[in-house]
Design a protein around this ligand. Structure first.
Ligand SMILES: Cc1cc2nc3c(=O)[nH]c(=O)nc-3n(C[C@H](O)[C@H](O)[C@H](O)COP(=O)(O)OP(=O)(O)OC[C@H]3O[C@@H](n4cnc5c(N)ncnc54)[C@H](O)[C@@H]3O)c2cc1C
Length: 405
């Protein structure tokens, strides 16, 4: 007997899990999630720093963050599983006038979109939050107290457990190897699911080939993270998503910084850090990194990041680092550093929810909701989803997020 599902989701990371949750919440639970690994979270989700923030530059990212942070603050009650949201804040530290102008414009935009709690802070306020910070060149900054962190693994598991309680199926150890598209009219089911958008009647989803056999479906959601372009190609679609290595360095237990302080961003270098348990988690976007599926940690990165760390927080020069505890994962980058969410223009029934460019954890609630609404009703009540569609690149409507860490 051929397996069937109303919706097949490829990838069970935090994004695929959120889509499954939101579909099930909306009453669509004949959903099958396919994951090639034996466990969830082996992709980027398990490598993430867990940062969540509303301090973005573009309206759509601010809107997605606002919804997501509100969601995280009620996650445990609503989803019924812990998400470990900690509202410790994000503190952006400006070292020149350009930074200040940039933060001012962002703050106004954030305020206009309902994020009203972003505060201006002077160097004196910053020192109160993190006394060990070198502030001689800091002109000021912004602090948002509801920014903070979640535990990405817990959020992913919470979404998926809740979805499974409602009937969603998860197949682990199941690699997607191909996608069938066909010509002709839609079945009544697929018409109901995709009635609002029929960009090209001649090409539509017919099913998915996997290492466990064929699954007949009219709707496929591509939630394959850094591997999303390969999945799109299987259906004959183009998706501009590229993997880019990202490395994180935890210190050994370090008591010389406060037990609780915000994520601190040194805008002069992009170096940022937060507390992780007894140690400090150090992050920096190495401009020399080039696209590719590299996930091994490069030990030469330690010296580079410690140089930035010691320059901004001199006491961090004393921190010990065990290279074996450092790790690398993949960002899924798009040309304008914004997610691609929406139907594939040339394949009816194929939906993208990809290319989060470093923000997939924090935007997982919003992206799950937007995708579920697009699948079930053809539009989103949350944002104008047209702006997130992949066709923006061909149509010259790119968004360009500049607050990328
Ligand atoms: C070091 C690092 C730090 C980060 N920090 C943050 C942060 O602070 N805040 C934030 O919001 N984001 C952060 N991110 C980004 C965030 O982790 C990602 O955007 C997010 O996890 C993407 O989730 P996903 O579910 O789309 O992808 P993934 O978690 O990668 O899941 C995709 C899944 O698809 C599966 N898959 C792929 N191909 C197939 C196939 N052919 N068949 C079956 N299954 C398949 C994979 O096995 C994988 O499990 C960070 C990323 C990294 C690497």
């Amino acid at each position: 007997m051929i397996e069937t599902a109303d919706v097949v989701i490829i990838g069970s990371g935090i994004v695929g899990s959120s889509v499954a949750y939101h579909l099930a919440q909306a009453g669509c639970s004949n959903v099958l999630v396919l994951e090639r690994e034996a466990h969830q979270g082996k992709g980027s989700t398990g490598k993430s720093m867990g940062g969540v923030r509303a301090q973005f530059a573009t309206p759509v990212n601010i809107q997605m963050s606002k919804y997501s942070i509100d969601f995280f603050s009620n996650f445990d009650e609503v989803v019924g599983h812990p998400g470990d949201y900690r509202a410790h804040g994000y503190l952006f530290c400006a070292t020149n006038e350009k930074h200040l102008t940039y933060l001012k414009a962002n703050k106004e935009r954030q305020n206009a979109l309902g994020v009203t709690n972003v505060e201006w802070v002077a160097a004196e306020d910053i020192v109160k939050m993190v006394p060990q910070l070198r502030v001689d060149d800091i002109l000021g900054g912004t602090f948002c107290p509801t920014d903070g962190f979640v535990d990405p693994h817990s959020v992913m598991m919470g979404f998926m457990l809740n979805a499974r309680e409602k009937g969603v199926r998860l197949w682990l150890d199941t690699q997607v190897t191909g996608i069938d598209v066909e010509c002709g009219d839609s079945s009544p089911l697929s018409k109901a699911l995709t009635s609002q958008r029929t960009p090209n009647e001649s090409s539509r989803i017919a099913g998915v080939h996997t290492s466990r056999g064929f699954i007949s479906t009219r709707v496929v959601v591509n939630a394959a993270g850094a591997w999303a372009a390969e999945i799109a190609k299987m259906a004959g679609a183009e998706l501009p998503v590229e993997p880019l290595r990202r490395q994180l360095v935890p210190t050994e237990p370090f008591a010389e910084l406060p037990q609780r302080f915000p994520m601190v961003i040194d805008m002069s270098t992009g170096f940022h850090f937060r507390r992780e348990g007894k140690g400090i988690l150090l992050a920096w976007n190495d401009p020399q990194e080039t696209p590719g599926f590299k996930t091994e940690f490069d030990t030469s990165f330690i010296e580079k990041i410690l140089t930035h760390a010691a320059s901004r927080v001199p006491v961090l020069a004393e921190a010990e680092v065990n290279p074996r505890r450092a790790w690398a994962g993949l960002y899924e980058m798009t040309p304008d550093h914004h997610a691609i969410i929406g139907p594939a223009p040339n394949v009816e029934g194929l939906f993208f929810v990809n290319g989060f460019s470093g923000h997939g954890v924090m935007h997982s609630p919003a992206s799950g909701r937007i995708t579920s609404e697009l699948v079930l009703q053809g539009y989103s009540d949350l944002v104008d989803a047209k702006q997130l569609g992949v066709e923006r690149f061909a149509e010259g409507r790119t968004l360009e997020e500049t607050a990328v860490l």
